[in-house]
Ligand binder design. Structure first.
Ligand code: NAD
Length: 487
């Protein structure tokens, strides 16, 4: 049964309000394309109200600014308790609005989301400066202080986790925020806002304004009272955001963007592990992951055996309704992405790559695409260069480690890479030379709040998670005090 949709309005200043314009938009279930809710559509006027509320909440005498850091941690920890309490409901919402498998959403909430909240929350009272040995009769120290009002702009592919990663880090730092969720997935952000309110956040600290990129998003990125934009989404929009951030004031910017991550399978790899991992790394969440292993480079000695295994893995994935516990492969998010992925599959065929399995739509409703395996892929093909964001595994052949490092790095992206090998030296050489933000050895997709996460080149500016997670939301100040005598 579909989950009850409790929140469809905008959340501004701890109140649920309609859009000033009165406009709304529909949101859909990717399983069958049906409308599951109609949500308030915020635009310029609503963002202005939300930023004003966040600015009031950030005033130096506000309840939030005067609150002890340990109390901020306590409220966020309570929020973690509430997310834990509502795991089943939140997972169902994620499943219905995003197409994420219900089983994956439950696991993610239980083991990933709650852990993320608790870890990031715990950083609130660990924000410390330095004492500085300035020359002369002086004592100097640094203060790290919250930046101010932050605009957090989210993509649709991991609505709950990505909300948590940005919002909790910003709040742990002491900032106030205006969140603009993706237009495809407005529902879980509202449910999380309700839990933050229940946890005891003062009014205006968190505001959620659903709406579209042009309108709500652009107003936020141009707003002179917003000090920082933290954005996760496509490279194309990331570039626009960086420009907008410098248009009216000099906003600090964090960008977490796309990828075209390589996974290397060496001749000495344990194929019993490498083949299932390669499948898991591209087909999980139907390939809708920034870190998806979308280029698989296989050394010539094991190429045929690997390809045979890869095809078998793709074929046996159970496709179906994401609410069904037996399902392993659900729908793409919407018609636009569905058509885009099918377009890439056609482009791959036209350029001479060969589909060994998949390549087609499944059924006539919803946005299902078969897990697809391409061979005979060359580096210059569109499917080897561009982010597909779908269940399309591209397999490429190579001969030497030198060659594969060169080919892996021959991209403007630099998010992640992986290697399967039994030779430690090979693994270390590869991890040293891969131009990416994270490398996995004999594994893939292993992440957690404790590990810093970012990317190189066009994949990212800034770091999320890890001990530095709050730094992205802090300014630093040096204070020097004149002393009668140096001590
Ligand atoms: P998108 O760039 O289309 O949209 C992301 C958000 O930006 C949405 O909320 C959208 O409304 C908003 N937006 C669009 N145009 C805007 C504008 N001109 N000004 C301000 N906001 C605007 O991305 P998407 O399709 O939602 O997400 C998929 C992309 O996100 C993929 O490229 C994926 O790799 C990337 N991603 C990256 C990471 C990471 O950590 N690096 C994580 C998840 C997803």
């Amino acid at each position: 049964m579909a989950p009850e949709i409790k929140y469809t309005k905008l959340f501004i200043d701890n109140k649920w309000v309609d859009a000033v314009s009165g406009k709304t938009f529909d949101t859909y279930n990717p399983h069958d394309g049906s409308v599951i809710a109609t949500v308030a559509e915020g635009d310029e006027a609503d963002i202005n109200l939300a930023v004003a509320a966040a600015k009031r909440a950030f005033h130096r005498n506000s309840e939030w600014r005067l609150m002890d850091a340990a109390q901020r941690w306590a409220i966020l920890d309570k929020f973690a308790d509430l997310v834990q309490r509502d795991t089943q409901y939140l997972a169902e919402l994620e499943c219905y609005n995003n197409g994420m498998l219900l089983s994956s959403a439950i696991l993610s909430l239980k083991y990933n989301v709650v852990e993320n909240i608790r870890y990031l929350a715990s950083l609130a009272d660990k924000i410390q400066g330095d004492t500085i040995p300035l020359s002369g009769e002086v004592f100097a120290y640094t203060l790290k202080q919250p930046i101010g009002v932050c605009g957090l702009i989210l993509p649709w592919n991991g609505p709950i986790l990505l909300f948590i990663v940005k919002v909790v880090a910003a709040l742990a730092a002491g900032c106030t925020v205006v969140v603009k969720p993706a237009e495809q997935t407005p529902l879980t952000a509202l449910a999380l806002a309700a839990l933050l309110q229940e946890a005891g956040l003062p009014a205006g600290v968190v505001n959620v304004v659903n709406g579209f990129g042009v309108g709500a998003g652009t107003t936020l990125t141009h707003h002179p009272d917003v000090a920082k934009i933290s954005f996760t989404g496509s490279l194309e929009v990331g570039k626009l955001i960086q420009q907008a951030a410098g248009a009216n004031n000099l906003k600090r910017v964090t960008l977490e963007l796309g990828g075209k991550s390589p996974l290397v399978i060496m001749d000495d790899a344990d194929l019993n592990a490498a083949i299932p991992y390669a499948a898991y790394s591209i087909f999980s969440h139907q390939g809708q992951m920034c870190i998806a292993a979308s280029r698989v480079y296989v050394q010539s000695g094991v190429y045929d055996k690997f390809v045979q295994g890869a095809v078998a893995m793709a074929k046996k994935r159970v496709i179906g309704n994401p609410t069904d516990p037996a399902t392993e492969h659900g729908p793409q998010i919407d018609a636009e992405m569905f058509n885009k992925v099918l377009g890439y599959i056609e482009a791959g065929k036209k350029e001479g790559a060969k589909v060994l399995t998949g390549g087609k739509r499944v059924g006539n409703t919803g946005y299902y695409i078969e897990p697809t395996v391409f061979v005979d892929v060359t580096d210059d093909m569109k499917i080897a260069k561009e982010e597909i964001f779908g269940p399309v595994q591209c397999i490429l052949k190579f001969d030497t480690l030198e060659e594969v490092i060169e080919r892996c790095n021959n991209t403007n992206y630099g998010l992640a890479a992986g290697i399967f090998t039994s030779n430690l030296n090979t693994a270390l050489q590869f991890s040293k030379h891969a131009e990416v933000g994270k490398v996995w050895i004999n594994t893939y997709l292993m992440m957690g709040p404790q590990a810093p996460s970012g990317g190189w080149k066009d994949s990212s500016i800034g770091i999320e998670n890890g001990l530095q997670a709050v730094d992205a939301f802090l300014e630093q100040k040096t204070v020097a005090i004149n002393l009668p005598k140096k001590f």
